[in-house]
Ligand binder design. Structure first.
Ligand code: RBF
Ligand code: ADP
Ligand code: MG
Length: 399
């Protein structure tokens, strides 16, 4: 008799054609999830900018938000050293750290949960799947940070900080200790991590690891992970033998609706000319926080153009090559035939759902086909009462 695994068609093993996921053939049967905190559940990077803006200001220097890319994923000491050097500050790294530490503590109440973090915690808790929190930051800081998020502390059977083990990540110790306290075999633990040291630690602990890189376009650096996903919204728990999310509706994930508006500006895209798909552009100015919060990907909702009407809309939030992939842009496609452009007109959007992560396509034809598939998904979903009710949102009516 053939071993049962040999009877499974190869296509199934490698069926995860989505280029976001570096899929390995075998999935373990997982019984618990060990989560990283900063960058995985919490958008800690968001407050880094606030603190640095303020503290660099005292030295007469101006923080350029883009440099956040240089410090993400580093230890606090390495990050501080990089800033001291880059800005030529007249102080030592240690002095700079003691200046900024209290500022960081003041900011913990402002750290937002990353998209999908609350959803994941609630889901696993409601299914009784054990969860641990394993973070390099000291236990006291972990407790302080999560205290601002309802229901988080009680959801974790184990919380373990970098000060409770001899060596933090990339050493496997913190994860091995978390598994020991959960009384679960390391091989039955799934680690979810945003950083490379965290992925290294999880693999060294003998665990399965899903990476959710906090920096864009970095998935190639995470080859040690068992899977790389774009955001927690894309986590497929059933791949790990865990209870699947049940909130997807006809290929769409309802999200807390958000509003955005502004004059339509001339785009930088390939839309009309190359893809044959016109995409309006909204200036990202004033929306940088909102955009940082939303993973690059395809969303949909309703669009209002004063004097013209309210239309179904599918859009991409993408890293735009025009900006060297350093800025995200919003490119809505209004699902209606317009006979002319509407540059300068006020466009109002209510975004109600998520479809998929941003992807790379081998050819323009395959990108075009996918965008049309997105359109069909959005068109159908927007007829469901769940989403169609937002067509009456007063935000869309400016006339
Ligand atoms: N471009 C991509 O490179 N990857 C995508 O996954 C992607 N998805 C899109 C989905 C929709 C609904 C629309 C309207 C456009 C999409 N684009 C995508 C194209 C993108 O808007 C634009 O062409 C690029 O950002 C280059 O400017
Ligand atoms: P690109 O999409 O390559 O940036 P253009 O800037 O040439 O292309 O064209 C996009 C413009 O076309 C939009 O800004 C808008 O004024 C107009 N437009 C016409 N029909 C639509 C539509 N259905 N959805 C979005 N924009 C449209
Ligand atoms: Mg992290």
């Amino acid at each position: 008799m053939l071993h049962p695994s040999l009877l499974v068609p190869k296509a199934l093993y490698f069926g995860l054609s989505d280029n976001m996921s570096i899929a390995k053939p075998f999935r373990k049967w997982i019984s618990c999830v060990i989560l990283d905190l900063d960058g995985t559940l919490l958008n800690t990077d968001g407050v880094v900018g606030n603190v640095l803006k303020f503290s660099l200001g005292k030295y007469g220097k101006e923080w350029d938000g883009r440099e956040v890319l240089k410090i993400v994923g580093k230890t606090p000491f390495e990050a501080a050293a990089a800033v001291v050097e880059d800005y030529g500050l007249p102080c030592s790294t240690t002095e700079f750290i003691s200046e900024i530490s209290p500022l960081f503590s003041d900011q913990w109440c402002n750290i937002k949960a990353l998209p999908g973090a609350n959803r994941l915690i609630k889901h696993l808790k409601s299914h009784g799947a054990p969860m641990a929190l394993a973070s390099n930051s000291p236990r006291e800081n972990i407790e302080a940070k999560i205290s601002f998020h309802d229901g988080w502390k009680d959801s974790f059977s184990v919380i373990i900080g970098g000060d409770e083990v001899r060596k933090g990540k990339p050493s496997p110790e913190i994860f091995v200790e978390a598994a020991r306290r959960l009384s679960i075999e390391p091989s039955c633990c799934l680690v979810i991590e945003d950083s490379i040291p965290g992925v290294t630690a999880g693999k060294a602990a003998g665990m399965e690891v899903v990476a959710v890189p906090s920096l864009p376009k970095q998935s190639h650096l995470y080859t040690a992970a068992d899977e790389v996903i774009n955001s927690l919204l894309d986590l497929q728990l059933e791949k790990w033998g865990l209870p699947p999310f049940e909130d997807w509706v006809e290929g769409t994930l309802p999200i807390d609706p958000w509003h955005i508006s502004g004059p339509v500006i001339k785009g930088f895209g390939r839309g009309s000319k190359v893809l044959g798909i016109p995409t309006a552009n909204l200036s990202a100015k004033g929306y940088s926080d909102l955009l940082v919060e939303h993973p690059a990907g395809v969303y949909f909702g309703w669009a209002g153009l004063p004097g013209r009407g309210i239309f179904k809309m599918v859009m991409s939030i993408g890293w735009n090559p025009y900006f060297n992939n350093k800025e995200k842009t919003i490119e809505p496609w209004l699902l209606h035939d317009f006979s002319e452009d509407f540059y300068g007109e006020e466009l109002r959007l209510v975004i109600v759902g998520y479809i998929r992560p941003e992807a790379n396509f081998p050819s323009l034809e395959s990108l075009i086909a996918k965008i049309h598939a997105d359109r069909r998904v959005a068109e159908r979903a927007l007829d469901l009462p769940l989403y169609s009710s937002y067509k009456n949102d007063p935000y869309l009516r400016t006339y």
